[in-house]
Design a protein around this ligand. Structure first.
Ligand code: NDP
Length: 233
């Protein structure tokens, strides 16, 4: 399988890359910059026998997405799995009266428009796959039932990502695509913090099982958990 993972430099993204390589897949690891924090991925690359491509990819910038697409079109010609993992968490707990709209706009730009740009430009490559899968890493913060209040940038961006996933599923499932929005659990990453109960390596295993079709997911769910079960709306 040929797979691209955004935000692959650390956290969950890096674990997904590691797991996919361990299962023998070809992986393009999208990184905002190829200048910083490269050591862990370079180590993986040294052991991957040419199966790991380190790809400069800032999902905020359509030009960057387009350039990455062109590079992978030349290299692979097809893409089986797109994991939209890159995400940011800003200005949580800001009451509405103090809300900074730059935080809202930046969060929507990365968490919603990033996956939209990725799908737009990588779709032609995915249409060359026999079993294409798009997995958007979302969050329970984007559920109505979870809404804590004062989580305007992140919670709203993930709710919108879930709705984008539902729209996309309607459009692409008749063409044989699997499309998921997935809550990865609260996991120990730079974003999740060291107190989080979940191990990102376990989530990465589930994500690979889903993408490989080993977990049968609830096809109509607006968002699923790691087991493929529908999350509450
Ligand atoms: P981290 O903050 O640890 O990692 C996020 C990654 O996204 C980083 O590699 C970062 O790159 C990258 N990124 C941010 N902006 C961009 C951009 N514009 N272009 C490309 N890459 C970008 O987060 P996690 O690993 O914890 O989160 C992964 C996903 O899981 C996110 O979508 C998050 O919302 C979701 N999630 C996480 C939970 C948790 O408990 N950790 C819970 C629920 C959902 P850089 O290093 O350059 O900043």
């Amino acid at each position: 399988m040929k797979m691209i993972v955004t935000g692959a430099g650390r956290g969950l993204g890096r674990e997904i890359v590691k797991e996919a390589l361990g299962r023998g897949h070809k992986v393009a690891a999208g990184l905002r910059s190829l200048d910083t924090n490269m050591e862990p991925l370079q180590e993986l690359q040294a052991r991957a026998s040419g199966r790991l491509t380190l790809l400069e990819l800032d999902v905020d910038e359509e030009e960057s997405v387009l350039k990455a697409k062109e590079a992978m079109a030349a290299k692979w010609g097809a893409l089986d799995a797109l994991v939209n993992n890159a995400g940011i968490l800003l200005a949580r707990e800001q009451p509405i009266e103090q809300l900074e709209f730059a935080a809202v706009e930046n969060t929507f730009r990365t968490n919603l428009l990033g996956p939209m740009k990725m799908v737009k430009h990588f779709l032609p490559l995915m249409k060359n796959s026999a079993h294409p899968c798009i997995l958007n890493v979302s969050s329970e913060a984007g559920c109505f039932s979870w809404a804590h209040g004062r989580d305007y940038p992140y919670g709203l961006s993930k709710a919108a990502l879930n709705f984008f996933s539902a729209q996309l599923r309607k459009e692409l499932s008749p063409q044989g695509f699997a499309v998921y929005a997935l809550h990865p659990g609260w996991i120990r990453t730079p974003m999740g913090g060291s107190e989080a109960p979940g191990d990102p390596a376990d989530t990465a295993q589930s994500i690979l099982d889903l993408v490989e079709g080993k977990i049968e997911a609830d096809a109509g769910a607006w968002m699923i958990d790691r087991e493929g079960e529908a999350m509450p709306f």
